[in-house]
Each structure stands twice: as structure tokens, then as C-alpha cells.
Design a protein around this ligand. Structure first.
Ligand code: GLP
Length: 252
């Protein structure tokens, strides 16, 4: 089946259920599965669903390992606005993931390049990522790989565009959104054995169409996903509305 496979769902709740089904099956067959996890508003229904399934005894996260895609530079882990704080609030405190199994780049590390190398090494030592779950930014970024980023990059420090800082403003108490971040690279993401891209809401329709049916080009970082053999795109009807039937996409 050609990749990506597109699954169009009614709404974000249905999308969350489908992605959670995939995670539940993966963890059942591989209890120490390695997940790459996103932040942002898109995965919130998924984290709610995973928490519900944990409470219902359907998913045991005891041995699961996680790697977040990115973190702001300059924020101490756990400080407001940090992705570490976001993950603690929305997922880590709600399921039985062990703290030592949950990895997030340290944006407060004194030597950022060394931190990036350490993070790549940790992913390698974990045996690589089984399933990378991604959101998509309005300009097509995945993780914090902004337009123009080479598909060859691994974990690195980025300058975040003013547009992306503005879309992340909601998570901060003041206008003080950091200007740099650490992100896994596109090459790191493409090394994952399977990838799920989640997109919800009408504001993602245009970029999703460019990513899935435009040129495969660093100007739209998410277009790199079409180079991977096992990608599922879970989009609600609003986000999928500009996607025409095409040979490149398998419609479910
Ligand atoms: C941030 C994150 C991305 C995320 C994007 C989209 O920039 N670094 O990983 O995919 O936001 O966010 P949202 O889901 O809120 O639209």
C-alpha cells in the first residue's frame, strides 16, 4: 500500500481514538515500545484518550519509553511554557510512564550541541523510535524543523520563526516566547519505523495539502514524510478538505 495512508475522521476525538488504537496495539505487542511524542494543541485529545485507556487497564506504560520531539532553549525543565511542563501536565502525570523512561531535550543545558548529540545517542541506545507521532505547524514544520531545514538534519538547535513563536504564544503567560529550540531532525524522524501525522481544524487544510500533494521539498518540511514507507496521516474533515484524490495517497 503506498504511503502515506490518509485516514479522514469526523473530528479530533475520533482521530485520537484511532491513534490511541495504534499505540495500544503497539504496546501490547512490544511493551517497551519507543514513542516519539509531540506537543501543541493537536495531541491533547490523544493524551486524554491514552490517560483514559490507562485508567481502564487497556494500556500499561510501565516499560514504554518516550522521546519528545522538541523543547525550547533557555527554559528550565518544568518551568511554565516548557514542553517538559506540558508533557507532565497532559500525559506523564496521568499514566504509569516511569520518569526515567521519558526523555525531552534539555533546553537549559550549558552546551546545546552536546545536548543534541546526547539526545541522538539516547534514541540510538533505545534501539530507535518505533512510532513517531507528529503534529504539523502552519508553515509545514514538524517538531521544530522550520521551512528550509535539510532533510538530512538530526537533533539540532533552531531559530524559531516569528510565525511559529506566535502560534505557540497560547502556552505562555507573557509574550516572552523563546526564540530558539532544540528539535530532533527530519532524518531522526524518518528513521522511525512508523510515523503518524495528526492534523485537525480548518487552519491546517492548506499546509496539509501542500505537504501531501505539493513538491517534496524542504520549503514544506512535512513533505519529507512522503519519503518514508510507513506513514499514516490522521486528519479531520476540516483539515483534509483540500486534499484531492491522487495516486500518491492511499485513502482509507
Ligand atoms: C509546535 C511544536 C510542533 C507542533 C506544532 C503545532 O510548534 N513544536 O511539534 O506540531 O506546534 O501545534 P498545534 O498542534 O498547536 O497546531
Amino acid at each position: 500500500m503506498p504511503s502515506p495512508v490518509l485516514t479522514v475522521v469526523e473530528d479530533a476525538t475520533e482521530g485520537a481514538r484511532i491513534v490511541a488504537d495504534g499505540i495500544e496495539n503497539l504496546v501490547r505487542s512490544r511493551p517497551d515500545a519507543v514513542l516519539a511524542l509531540p506537543t501543541g494543541r493537536t495531541p491533547l485529545p490523544l493524551y486524554d484518550e491514552l490517560s483514559r485507556r490507562y485508567r481502564a487497564g487497556r494500556i500499561d506504560f510501565e516499560r514504554v519509553r518516550t522521546f519528545n520531539l522538541d523543547e525550547w532553549v533557555g527554559l528550565r525543565p518544568g518551568s511554565p511554557g516548557s514542553y517538559a511542563a506540558f508533557m507532565a501536565e497532559h500525559l506523564f502525570s496521568r499514566v504509569n510512564l516511569r520518569p526515567e523512561n521519558c526523555h525531552i531535550p534539555d533546553g537549559a543545558a550549558p552546551d546545546l550541541d552536546a545536548e543534541c548529540a546526547r539526545y541522538e545517542q539516547l534514541i540510538r541506545e533505545a534501539g530507535g523510535i518505533d512510532l513517531a507521532i507528529l503534529g504539523i505547524g502552519h508553515n509545514g514544520h514538524i517538531g521544530f524543523n522550520e521551512p528550509g531545514t535539510s532533510f538530512e538534519m538530526r537533533t539540532h538547535v533552531v531559530q524559531v520563526t516569528p510565525e511559529t513563536r506566535a502560534s505557540n504564544r497560547w502556552a505562555f503567560a507573557t509574550d516572552d516566547v523563546p526564540s530558539r529550540a532544540i528539535t530532533v531532525g527530519i532524518a531522526t524522524i524518518l528513521d522511525a519505523r512508523a510515523i503518524v501525522l495528526m492534523a485537525t481544524g480548518p487552519d491546517k487544510a492548506e499546509v496539509l495539502a501542500r505537504a501531501l500533494q505539493g513538491e517534496i521539498d524542504p520549503s514544506v518540511p512535512a513533505s519529507a514524510l512522503r519519503l518514508h514507507p510507513c506513514v499514516q496521516v490522521v486528519a479531520d474533515t476540516a483539515a483534509a478538505r483540500l486534499l484531492g484524490r491522487s495516486r500518491e495517497l492511499t485513502f482509507e
